[in-house]
Design a protein around this ligand. Structure first.
Ligand SMILES: C[S@@+](CC[C@H](N)C(=O)[O-])C[C@H]1O[C@@H](n2cnc3c(N)ncnc32)[C@H](O)[C@@H]1O
Ligand SMILES: *[C@@H]1O[C@H](CO)[C@@H](O)[C@H](O)[C@H]1NC(C)=O
Length: 340
């Protein structure tokens, strides 16, 4: 029963289910003549689909087939499957379901959208296209924020945990992982896209964190609309993984990203700075004195942001620290407010 529920859910939540693709369950009444006779075990299917993906130039061929086969069997990863299951034959329904999900991968649908869920810092989040899929480096941004909060116990003790604003919440990955680690904290999560607002709301419910998060549709580029955030000010922290891709780099993104993820989540304008500078411009209205802004950016941005802040001294914001990601590239910025 659990398996069926998962399969149905995967189909309904993925793009194929919505676009009129035939749900796997519809195949269950078919005469069973699996196209993969002799390859009916999980291990056999993983190698079959890995070869198919490789031949068709699909990136992460083995990972993709392992995730899909494991998912249909009700496990998160192939390694999580009990080894006795690896070689046992699957049912015709399971085989058809794998066939349907793998065909989506052949169309370059990201595996996260095919599965309909993905983990971020140990939290299982629902994924729905075109809402941005959280990336592993963003886990490091959250880690940095948590380290900084831990170093300021006075803030936490004085008022029951930091009040945090997240700009561009997407699936809710950053906000919800901060809330789950900071039991006293409250978050205001904003995004301009309704699909992102809806998904953050669903994920908050799913993780039972809905009581400590306000999810508000808000476009940081629309002049004047920020006033309805003021009732929650002043905040201790602002955190954002904004769209920061340089506009002319957009066409070089992988087909998975270009065809299925919302360009609004990625395209940061000519120098990738459009949303970053909006956040920095608005920040002093919302931040406490000596409040902090944590941003994920790309490696050209630390210098661009530093120069931009020097030419906007009226904002009283200073770039106080830069952190590198696990590949050694400078990707995270800590900007602090210095005066009134
Ligand atoms: C790179 S995604 C980050 C999503 C999520 N925080 C994460 O890290 O997985 C950027 C998000 O910013 C949102 N966004 C883009 N422009 C915005 C704007 N002008 N105002 C508010 N949110 C915006 C997008 O809809 C998208 O959800
Ligand atoms: C968001 O949720 C509302 C209420 O459930 C729904 O009416 C709307 O169509 C959803 N929007 C998107 C873009 O998913």
């Amino acid at each position: 029963m659990k398996l069926w529920a998962r399969m149905l859910w995967a189909l309904l939540s993925g793009p194929g289910g919505r676009r009129g693709g035939i749900p796997c369950l519809a195949f269950s009444s078919w005469q069973s003549h699996p196209p993969l006779a002799g390859l009916l075990s999980p291990i056999g299917l993983v190698s079959h689909w890995t070869r198919v993906f490789e031949k068709r130039g699909i990136p992460e061929a083995r990972e993709s087939s392992e995730y899909i086969v494991a998912h249909v069997l009700g496990a998160k990863t192939f390694q999580n499957l009990k080894p006795v299951l690896w070689t046992q034959p699957l049912t015709p329904q399971q085989l058809q379901c794998i066939q349907v999900l793998c065909s989506r991968r052949l169309q370059r649908v990201p595996v996260q959208y095919i599965l309909g869920e993905w983990d971020f810092r140990g939290l299982s989040l629902k994924m729905v296209p075109p809402v941005f899929i959280p990336r592993p480096e963003t886990e490091e941004l959250v880690e940095w924020v948590l380290e900084e909060v831990a170093q300021r116990p006075n803030v936490v003790e004085a008022q029951g945990g930091p009040l945090i604003l997240e700009v561009g919440c997407g699936s809710g990955a950053i906000s919800l992982s901060l809330l789950s680690q900071l039991p006293q904290s409250q978050v205001i999560a904003v995004d301009k896209e309704e699909a992102a607002i809806n998904l953050t709301y669903e994920n908050a419910q799913r993780l039972r964190l809905q009581n400590r998060i306000q999810i508000i549709p808000f476009d940081v580029t629309s002049v004047g609309s920020w006033t309805h955030l003021l009732p929650w000010s002043p905040m201790d922290l602002i955190v954002s993984n904004p769209p920061y891709v340089f506009h002319h780099d957009m066409e070089q993104l992988a087909p998975e990203i270009r065809s299925y993820e919302d360009p609004v989540a990625l395209d940061g304008g000519e120098e990738g700075m459009d949303i970053i500078t909006r956040i920095l411009t608005l920040a002093p209205q919302f931040l406490k004195d000596s409040g902090s802004i944590f941003l994920e950016v790309e490696p050209r941005h630390p210098e661009l942001v530093s120069n931009w802040l020097q030419s906007h001294p009226d904002l009283c914001l200073n770039l106080v620290a830069i952190r590198r990601d696990f590949c050694g590239r400078p990707r995270f910025l800590h900007v602090q407010r210095s005066g009134p």
